[in-house]
Design a protein around this ligand. Structure first.
Ligand SMILES: NC(=O)c1ccc[n+]([C@@H]2O[C@H](COP(=O)([O-])OP(=O)(O)OC[C@H]3O[C@@H](n4cnc5c(N)ncnc54)[C@H](O)[C@@H]3O)[C@@H](O)[C@H]2O)c1
Ligand SMILES: O=C(O)C[C@H](O)C(=O)O
Ligand SMILES: [Mg+2]
Length: 626
C-alpha cells in the first residue's frame, strides 16, 4: 500500500473520492486539501516502473497507453496489448462468472484454480511468506503453482491477470529492448526462464498467456534450488500467435497477429538475448516450451556463446535417462544392460528427440564410446510420430528425426513398414520400454497396452510423460490394470499411486524435468561456467539416477518423492559444479574464484552449494536515505 499523507489518512471518504479521481482523472473532486481544478490536469506521481504498478492509487494495469508506458518506464512490464478500462472490467467479469460456473460443475479439480488464486495473491503480497508456504508444503502445492494447474492458469490467463509479473518483449519492441531491459528494477538477475508461448505443455500455442509457464518454473527455482526470488525474471517473447481463437478473442492480452517466422523471428530473439546479457552478463537463460522447430535451432545458435539451455530438450532428456536406468535396475539387472533395452518412443518433437539423442549417447558410452557403438545403439529405438512409425521411406523427414528413422528392409522383417501404427509397432517389437512424449492424451489405448503385455521384459516400463494431466498417454490405473502389477510406471504430471488389492500398491512415479532443471541452473550459476556443457547435463542425469536406492527401484520407485526436491536439487547442482570444474569451465562465483573451486572435494562442493541456497527467512530491515 502507498504511504498516505496524514491529512488524507484521516478521512476514508476522501480516499474513496481520491480513488475515483485516479480512475477518472477528468472528474472533479472538492476537498479541503485539494482545491477544485480544471478537468484534464494530470496527476503528478513521484514514482515510476513497478512502483506504479504496485500502487493501487495509480495503477491502470493493461490500460496504460504506450506513450504513458514509455514516460513511466513501464515498457515491457505489461503484456503488449493496450486495452480500455471498459475492456478491463469486461475481462474481470468474465473471469468472475467463470469461477462461479467452475465451482458448480467445472474442471476435474475446481479447487486447484481457487488454491492458485490464493497462493498467487500471497505471492504478490509477501514473497518470503509465499516461498515458506510453498517449500513446507511442496508436495501439495507444486501441482498448483507448477504442472498441471499452471496449464489451466495459462489457458485462462486473460481472466486471471491482475498484477503483472516478469517482462514482456514483443515484436513491437524491436530496437527498444536494449533500453527497456533497464525497466526491470533488479540490478542482479541470476535466472531467466523465457518462452515464446508456442507450445505450452501439451496445450499448444497459447501466445502471451504462456508467461505462466516461466513463472511456474521460476517458482521451482526458488523453492527447490534456493535461487533468491529477487533475482529471477520470468520472460515472455511475444511474436504473435497462430492460435486462431486467441487472434479473435477481444480479451486477449498479446499481439493479435500471426507469429513472426524465419529471420524476423530470429532477429527478435537475438535482440532479446543481447539485451539481457548486456545488462546481466552472468545470467542463465532457460528456454521453455518453444515449438520444436525453433527449440533445436535456437539451442544450436546460442549454446556455445551464452549461458543457456533448453529445458524441454535437455532437462527432459536427463530425467528420462535417469528413469530409463532406474527401469533397468528395477528388472534386477545392472545399469550397464541399458544398451540391450528395446525402446518405443511415441512423439518426435523437442522432448522426444532430446530423449532419443541422450539415450543413444548413453548406450554408446556403455558400449565402448566409439563410432560403431554410437551407430549400433540406434537400432534399439523405434520412433512413432503423428504419421506412424518413422522409416527412411518418410517423405520430408524432419532432419532431427532422421538419425532414428528405421531402415525399411530391417523393419520389413518385423512385419512393419513406414507409418505403422503404434499398436502394431508395440505388438511386433515387444519393447522393454514404451515412452510417450506425444502430447496426445489416451494415446496408449487399450489396444496399445494389451500389446505391451507381450513385452519380452521381465518388468516392462511405461512412461506417459506428456503434460498436463489430460494429455498423459495413459493413467497409472489403465497401465497397471491392463499390462499387469509388475510394471514400472511414470507420468509427467502427478497421479496418485494405484491400489492393486491384496495390500499391494502400484507406484506412480513423476517423471518430470523439475528434478533436473533447478539443479542444472544452480550448478551453472555457482560454478561460473560460461556455457552449459553436455558433460554438465550428463552429470546431472547420472546424479539423479544414482539418487534412488536399490530397495526403492526394486519397489518400482525410479524417481524420488517431490518432498525431497530441495535435497536432490542440491546434489544435482553439486554434480554440475564438479563436472564444470573437471572440464575446466568453472570460472567461479562471487568470492569463490576458479582456483579455490578447484581445491574443493566432493563434500565441500555440496556444502558450498548448500550455503548458497536462499531460504525464506525475514531479514532485518534498516532504513537509509538515498
Ligand atoms: N515430463 C516431462 O518432463 C516433459 C518434458 C517436456 C515435454 N513434455 C511433454 O511432452 C509433450 C510433447 O512435447 P514436445 O515439445 O516434444 O512437443 P512437440 O509438439 O514438439 O512434439 C509432439 C510430437 O508428438 C507427435 N505426435 C502427435 N500425435 C501423435 C500420435 N497420435 N502418435 C504419436 N506421436 C504423435 C508429433 O508428431 C510430434 O512429433 C508435451 O505434452 C509436453 O508437455 C513432458
Ligand atoms: O512443464 C512441465 O511440467 C514439464 C515440461 O517442461 C513440459 O513442457 O511439459
Ligand atoms: Mg516445458
Amino acid at each position: 500500500m502507498p504511504n498516505f499523507p496524514n491529512q488524507i489518512r484521516a478521512s476514508s471518504s476522501l480516499i474513496r473520492r481520491l480513488r475515483q479521481r485516479v480512475a477518472n482523472p477528468g472528474v472533479l473532486i472538492q476537498t479541503r486539501c485539494f482545491t477544485t481544478t480544471e478537468g484534464h490536469r494530470p496527476t503528478i506521481v513521484h514514482k515510476r516502473s513497478l512502483d506504479i504498478l504496485h500502487d493501487p492509487w495509480f495503477n491502470k494495469g493493461t490500460a496504460f497507453s504506450m506513450t504513458e508506458r514509455d514516460r513511466l518506464d513501464l515498457r515491457g512490464l505489461l503484456p503488449p496489448n493496450v486495452v480500455s478500462s471498459d475492456q478491463q472490467i469486461e475481462r474481470f467479469m468474465v473471469d468472475l462468472k467463470r469461477l462461479e460456473v467452475q465451482a458448480r460443475d467445472g474442471p476435474s479439480d475446481p479447487n486447484a484454480l481457487a488454491k492458485w488464486r490464493i497462493l498467487n495473491r500471497l505471492h504478490d503480497r509477501n514473497e518470503t511468506m509465499y516461498y515458506k508456504v510453498l517449500i513446507a508444503n511442496i508436495e501439495e502445492y507444486a501441482p498448483i503453482v507448477y504442472t498441471p494447474t499452471v496449464g489451466i492458469v495459462c489457458q485462462n490467463y486473460s481472466g486471471l491477470f491482475r498484477r503483472p509479473r516478469g517482462m514482456y518483449f514483443s515484436a513491437e519492441d524491436r530496437g527498444e529492448m536494449m533500453s527497456m531491459v533497464y525497466n526491470w528494477p533488479a540490478d542482479q538477475v541470476d535466472m531467466i526462464v523465457v518462452t515464446d508461448g508456442s507450445r505450452i505443455l501439451g496445450l499448444g500455442d497459447l501466445g502471451v498467456q504462456g508467461i505462466g509457464i516461466s513463472i511456474g518454473k521460476l517458482d521451482l527455482y526458488v523453492a527447490a534450488a534456493g535461487i533468491n526470488p529477487q533475482r529471477v525474471l520470468p520472460v515472455m517473447i511475444d511474436v504473435g500467435t497462430n492460435n486462431e481463437k486467441l487472434l479473435k478473442d477481444p480479451m486477449y492480452l498479446g499481439l493479435q497477429e500471426h507469429r513472426l517466422d524465419g529471420d524476423e523471428y530470429v532477429a527478435v530473439v537475438d535482440e532479446f538475448m543481447e539485451a539481457v546479457f548486456t545488462r546481466w552478463p552472468h545470467v542463465i537463460v532457460q528456454f521453455e516450451d518453444f515449438q520444436s522447430k525453433w527449440a533445436f535451432k535456437l539451442l544450436q545458435r546460442y549454446r556455445n556463446t551464452y549461458r543457456m539451455f533448453n529445458d524441454d530438450v535437455q532437462g527432459t532428456a536427463g530425467v528420462a535417462i535417469a528413469g530409463l536406468l532406474g527401469a533397468v535396475r528395477a528388472q534386477g539387472r545392472p545399469m550397464i544392460d541399458f544398451p540391450k533395452q528395446k525402446i518405443v518412443v511415441a512423439g518426435a518433437g523437442s522432448a522426444g528427440i532430446g530423449v532419443l539423442n541422450a539415450a543413444r549417447k548413453t548406450m554408446a558410452r556403455m558400449l565402448g564410446n566409439n563410432e560403431s557403438a554410437f551407430d549400433s545403439a540406434r537400432s534399439q529405438f523405434w520412433v512413432v510420430d503423428a504419421k506412424g512409425l518413422i522409416t527412411e521411406d518418410r517423405e520430408d523427414i524432419d532432419p532431427d528425426a532422421l538419425p532414428f528413422a528405421r531402415k525399411v528392409k530391417e523393419v520389413g522383417r518385423q512385419g512393419l513398414g513406414e507409418g505403422a501404427s503404434l499398436a502394431e509397432v508395440v505388438r511386433q517389437v515387444k519393447p522393454d520400454v514404451l515412452l510417450g512424449l506425444s502430447a496426445v492424451g489416451g494415446l496408449f489405448s487399450k489396444e496399445v497396452l494389451e500389446a505391451m503385455k507381450c513385452s519380452t521384459s521381465t518388468r516392462p516400463a511405461i512412461f506417459a510423460m506428456s503434460n498436463p494431466t489430460k494429455n498423459a498417454e495413459c493413467t497409472p490405473e489403465e497401465a497397471f490394470s491392463i499390462v499387469g502389477d509388475n510394471i514400472i510406471f511414470a507420468s509427467g504430471s502427478p497421479f496418485n499411486d494405484v491400489n492393486l488389492g491384496n495390500g499391494h500398491i502400484g507406484h506412480c512415479n513423476q517423471g518430470n524435468n523439475m528434478y533436473l532443471f533447478p539443479g542444472v541452473g544452480l550448478g551453472t550459476l555457482l560454478s561460473g561456467s560460461s556455457i552449459v556443457s553436455d558433460g554438465m547435463l550428463q552429470a546431472a542425469a547420472e546424479c539423479l539416477a544414482a539418487y534412488m536406492s536399490e530397495d526403492d527401484v526394486i519397489n518400482g520407485k525410479i524417481y524420488p518423492s517431490i518432498s525431497s526436491i530441495r535435497d536432490i536439487t542440491k546434489q544435482v547442482a553439486a554434480a554440475v559444479v564438479k563436472e564444470a570444474i573437471e572440464e575446466d569451465l568453472a570460472e567461479g562465483y562471487r568470492e569463490m574464484d576458479a582456483r579455490e573451486l578447484k581445491r574443493l572435494n566432493k563434500e565441500e562442493i555440496e556444502e558450498y552449494v548448500q550455503n548458497n541456497m536462499w531460504s525464506p527467512e525475514y531479514p532485518t530491515l534498516v532504513y537509509k536515505k538515498e
